[in-house]
Design a protein around this ligand. Structure first.
Ligand code: ZN
Length: 435
């Protein structure tokens, strides 16, 4: 009898033992639903970038933001080349990525940031005019060697708004857009976030967020488990301040909730959600961007300080387990002096992994005459950070200047950052941009 009672008690307790942590709403959740799954999930290190970057254990893929060539870097052999196994293929002419060979396997018209390696396939959104679907883009899938490109669906424009910055996570495409409206001669701008499944052959949108302001807003997204986390940066007209709304949407239930809404946050590039659903962001208080904040119960609390007696760092981007602080003491105007960048890398416990000069030896590998233009991307994890740089070949008029770039991996070691060039590109507009 006693044994039966114990068994009953154990059965009664069982659901509680496996119920995991409580969410803000008090609902029990399985912690495993947050775990990153490379078979279905967005790699947040590369979310909301202008260029396309993807990484596996052995390979790093890169499509620079304006180019149309997908390149790869083999971590084992050190080889870097367009992702094309076709014998005799030139990939692009005259070393110019703006003169692509369109039959090349590496030829890929993915839009800015809209290419993802999910499972063993690439997915990408490419420019394509499809009037019968009111679409200016289409979603494609291809094998990881650049072959077997297939169109999955036209990406229709919902309610005539211009879609921006696609993201793909767990079988759903996310995008935000703007709609201009005029009410009583007042022009206002509405930011909307839409999501659609990608397995129906056409879009079936759900409107998941909407905010109307006088000024233009923008949005950055991260993904964990069934959740889309959006950082919406907008100008609050009554407060006359820039504000951030960190909004979470559950694709399984269709429920959305604002986790923080108000002033005091940065512009959304330094934004991260960890595998426990904890949100981190750059804070921006009285012009000070040197603090990392964490959202707890609708408030943003300081968890890391990047101020420094020799000049403060700003919280530039948050990667997987790493916070990237950056500063440049170039006295003159932009572009900054590349020799004057300092970087401060810390893990989520605040421990310093590296603090010092950001090595720029990659510049010597660019063709002669290249001048530093800017850092386009910094992201990474506790093993290494990945940086994307752009350069210009300046001329007297600054008209039609050739531009180029470089992707660099910095391994974080006890002896500092070990720099490896993953790839470079050169782009020059020819024939007025028409090929
Ligand atoms: Zn080729």
């Amino acid at each position: 009898m006693k044994r039966v009672f114990v068994l009953l008690l154990a059965l009664l307790l069982l659901p509680c033992l496996s119920c995991g942590r409580k969410t803000e709403e008090g609902a029990a959740e399985d912690p495993d639903i947050y775990a990153y799954d490379p078979e279905t999930d967005m790699d947040n290190r590369f979310a909301s970038l202008r260029s396309c970057i993807a990484e596996t254990e052995d390979v790093i893929y890169w499509k620079p933001n304006d180019g149309s060539t997908l390149m790869y870097y083999d971590k084992v052999s050190g080889e870097c080349a367009p992702l094309c196994g076709k014998p005799e293929c030139e990939h692009f002419l005259h070393g110019n990525m703006f003169e692509p060979v369109t039959s090349c396997n590496a030829y890929c018209l993915a839009e800015n940031g809209a290419l993802w390696l999910i499972g063993d396939k690439f997915y990408y959104a490419a420019y394509e005019n499809i009037p019968e679907y009111n679409a200016f883009s289409a979603l494609y899938r291809m094998d990881a060697d650049g072959t077997n490109k297939e169109k999955l669906m036209p990406i229709s424009v919902p309610e005539n708004c211009a879609l921006q910055n696609y993201q793909l996570h767990r079988g759903r495409l996310y995008s935000y857009c703007y709609v201009n409206t005029v009410t009583d001669a007042e022009i206002s701008c509405t930011l909307r976030i839409y999501s659609t499944p990608i397995d129906k052959g056409e879009c079936d949108y759900t409107l998941i967020y909407e905010r109307t302001t006088y000024n233009l807003s923008w949005c950055r997204m991260r993904f964990v488990g069934p959740y889309m986390y959006a950082f919406i940066c907008y100008h609050d007209d009554e407060l006359n301040e820039n504000c951030g709304d960190i909004f979470r949407w559950n694709a399984d239930t269709g429920e959305g909730i604002s986790l923080y809404d108000g002033p005091g946050l940065g512009g959304g590039d330094a934004f991260w959600v960890d595998q426990n659903g904890v949100v981190y962001t750059q804070m921006y208080i009285d012009g000070d961007p040197s603090k990392l904040g964490r959202i707890v119960n609708g408030e943003c609390e300081v968890v890391m300080d990047f101020s420094d007696p020799t000049g403060d760092y700003y919280v530039c981007r948050i990667g997987d387990g790493i916070v990237i602080g950056l500063r440049n003491d170039t006295e003159t105007s932009w572009p900054a002096d590349p020799e004057h960048y300092d970087i401060w890398l810390r893990n989520m416990e605040g421990e310093t992994l590296y603090k010092g000069k950001l090595p720029m030896a990659w510049l010597e590998q660019m063709q002669a005459g290249a001048t530093f233009y800017r850092i386009d991307t910094l992201t990474g994890d506790t093993d290494a950070i990945i940086a994307e740089y752009s350069v210009r070949w300046r001329n007297a008029t600054h008209q039609n200047e050739p531009k180029g770039g470089c992707l660099v991996r910095y391994e974080i070691t006890e002896n500092g950052l070990v720099e490896t060039v993953l790839g470079t590109y050169y782009e020059k507009i020819v024939n007025y941009g028409s090929l």
